[in-house]
Ligand binder design. Structure first.
Ligand code: PXL
Length: 292
């Protein structure tokens, strides 16, 4: 019996040694799904930034020769995932990496990490949102902004969208989200997942695959935890490169993340430790190498 050759995904993210975020979750999750994970570390940290202190070593300068060496090997990837970037220079280097290593059929999965809960992350100065939009989002085949990032990318007012989400009827919220999706599609990507729209005890995601727009709502299983966005992107992108539909890939990713949050709450895991995905990783492995 011969084994199938695993697809390959390049992941541009930091390596945080403790706290279950970034490359430390993408590597096991993507491997469990039967896909080769090829990391491009943007920086190394002793632990994620939610702890009281950390050691950080920036690798922006090293990224260029690292990618250059990949160029010498004439590599190409079935998927490319971009996540948290610290500086505009990292965004420019990542945009160049996409141009060099993508093929016509490459899944370019951009998580425009820059904001949450209505606020841009600390430390982002100038027009960082514009830089992410113009250099990464425009190149993407799939984007996964949360609702705050979707507002920043399109110019919609976050507080208005949040107010619509509290209304008993969904009409205004849905029509606003459809307009937002239209604006995002005009930037380039035709597959869009908007996450984290909070509605009472439920969380809604919007999944747009071309003209097909679906609203997927699920019970909130606990409070949000670091690293869950990286796990989500890893599952969704690994599923997409293996030929799964966007809707199925999104449901698989959000189902796994919500179970991981639930078991972490039940086990009393401190929020800073992220989710104890190790306990359920074998469930992903059992779905590796799907047929069709
Ligand atoms: O995606 C989560 C994440 C990634 N990298 C660093 C972080 C966090 C969340 O806190 O601090 C350095």
């Amino acid at each position: 019996m011969s084994f199938p050759i695993p697809k390959k995904i390049a992941v541009i993210n930091d390596l945080s040694g403790y706290g279950r975020v970034s490359l430390c979750v993408s590597l096991p999750v993507i491997s469990a799904l039967g896909v080769q994970c090829c990391p491009v570390p943007t920086s190394i940290l002793s632990n994620h930034t939610g702890f009281p202190s950390e050691y950080k070593y920036d690798l922006t300068e090293q990224m260029k020769p690292y990618i250059e060496a990949w160029g010498q090997l004439r590599l190409s990837f079935d998927g490319i995932i971009t996540a948290y970037m610290s500086y505009e220079e990292q965004v420019r280097i990542t945009a160049d990496l996409i141009d060099r290593f993508r093929r016509d059929d490459t899944v370019v999965f951009v998580d425009p990490c820059m904001a949450d809960h209505g606020r841009i992350y600390r430390g982002f100065t100038g027009d960082f949102a514009g830089c992410i939009r113009d250099r990464l989002v425009r190149k993407a085949t799939v984007i996964k902004p949360n609702i705050t990032e979707a507002c920043l990318l399109t110019g919609f007012d976050y507080d208005t969208v949040k107010a619509y989400a509290q209304e008993p009827k969904l009409r205004k919220l849905k029509s606003c989200l459809m307009n937002m999706i239209e604006d995002l599609r005009e930037l380039g990507p035709q597959q869009i997942i908007i996450t984290g729209i909070e509605r009472q005890d439920r969380i809604m995601n919007v999944v747009a695959d071309g003209d097909d727009i679906r609203f997927i709502s699920m019970h909130r299983t606990g409070q949000s935890r670091g690293g869950t966005g990286d796990i989500f992107s890893s599952i969704a992108a690994a599923s997409l490169v293996q030929g799964m539909s966007l809707e199925k890939a999104t449901k698989k990713a959000s189902g796994f993340v919500s179970e991981a949050i639930r078991i972490s709450e039940e086990a009393g895991v401190p929020v800073n430790e992220g989710v104890i995905f190790e306990n359920i990783l074998s469930k992903l492995a059992s779905t590796a190498f799907p047929q069709g």
